[in-house]
Ligand binder design. Structure first.
Ligand SMILES: *Cc1c(COP(=O)(O)O)cnc(C)c1O
Length: 350
């Protein structure tokens, strides 16, 4: 039985072609700057994003952290969304390890931050306050593409207040493919951009922080301090290069599969979903809280994996195809039909 795992786009396994590229990689000691494959990956992403430099790291969490630490010093502050990975899902790393205070602001339904709230959160130069240094955005956020016009306005505000701009672009290429713009068109508004290779791009490991030479040099120092200096990392970087060559344009398939999945689920009695909200590779469906656990168990018996929550995030990726998402929607439909039949039998017996 093929496992259909819709929990995340991190679950993808390296393809045969990717494994061959990894096996054939030229390597060296990257802490000495001597791994040719890592150097190629860094140069490639810097060029794609229109920046001076880049640094390869183990995870997106580390990439964001060294990015924040490159911008901010002890007692500084970054403005960030309540739902942002760099605030909510990184164990408080910026505060714990960087002595950097987050200033969270509620995300609007479209994933943006209200710029009047951002402006109001910038602190005056006064010893009572942390020094506001940075605006951190995320694109895509919850599968939503942050509009380019908004990013331009956000940058204007940040520059007028002397703030740096960091982008958590874990899924930046999903936004790029959705908008049909060159990646540099988004990246140019930011000083640093973190890109994950291990999400929809399908590499087993790795993220890259891209930015100016000054900021990336600082980030490189923090990577070493955090224990993230790797040696013959070209074995993994080769997977990243392979992903950039083969797996960007095909993200459009994931987006189309997500939309088809949402359309199919919209016809299921018992599922609450709005297919019009699907922009990239994420679908959110709500079910009655008491049925969330039983639904998950039913799907597991059919080799289908979802997260545990009443609002269920379903993520498409390169290891699920159109037939898989259709089979998944059918299994959800079967579950609700069976549970309705079981409850009407129970009513008849009572
Ligand atoms: C996955 C992800 C990260 C980084 O996660 P790691 O698991 O540390 O690689 C950062 N930001 C966002 C938005 C993510 O989805």
């Amino acid at each position: 039985m093929k496992i259909i795992d819709l929990r995340s786009d991190t679950v993808t396994k390296p393809s045969e072609g990717m494994r061959a590229a990894m096996a054939a990689a030229d390597v060296g000691d990257d802490v000495y700057g001597e791994d040719p494959t890592v150097n190629r990956l860094e140069a490639r992403l810097a060029e794609m994003l229109g920046k001076e430099a880049a640094i390869y790291v183990a995870t997106g969490t580390q990439s964001n952290l060294i990015g924040l630490m490159a911008h901010c010093e002890r007692g500084d502050e970054y403005i960030v969304g309540q739902q942002a990975h760099t605030y909510k899902y990184e164990g408080g790393g910026a505060a714990v390890l960087g002595s950097i205070q987050p200033q969270p602001i509620d995300n609007e339904p479209d994933g943006t931050l209200d710029l009047s709230k951002v402006a109001a959160a910038v602190k005056p130069d006064d010893s009572h306050f942390a020094r506001t240094r940075l605006l951190a955005l995320e694109n895509t956020l919850g599968g939503k593409v942050i509009p380019l016009a908004y990013i331009e306005e956000a940058e204007k505000l940040a520059r007028s207040r002397g703030l740096g701009m960091h982008l958590d672009g874990a899924r930046l290429f999903n936004a790029v493919v959705k908008l049909g713009v060159p990646v540099g068109g988004i990246a140019r508004h930011f000083d640093t951009v973190s890109v994950c290779l291990s999400k929809g791009l399908g590499a087993p490991v790795g993220s890259v922080l891209v930015g100016s030479k000054v900021l990336v040099d600082r980030a490189r120092r923090w990577r070493k301090v955090l224990g993230g200096g790797m040696r013959q990392a070209g074995l993994m970087a080769a997977a990243g290069l392979y992903a950039l060559d083969h797996n960007i344009a095909r993200l459009a398939d994931d987006h189309a599969n997500a939309r088809a999945l949402a359309d199919a689920l919209a016809g299921v009695d018992g599922v609450k979903i709005d297919p019009a909200l699907v922009q990239t590779n994420m679908v959110f469906m709500a079910v009655a809280p008491h049925l969330a656990g039983p639904l998950r168990e039913h799907l597991a018996r059919h080799g289908m994996m979802i997260s545990a929550a009443p609002t269920i995030r379903l993520v498409t990726h390169l290891d699920v195809n159109r037939a898989d998402v259709m089979a998944f929607a059918q299994a959800v439909r079967d579950f609700f039909r069976e549970s309705r039949e079981a409850s009407s039998r129970a009513t008849a017996l009572a």
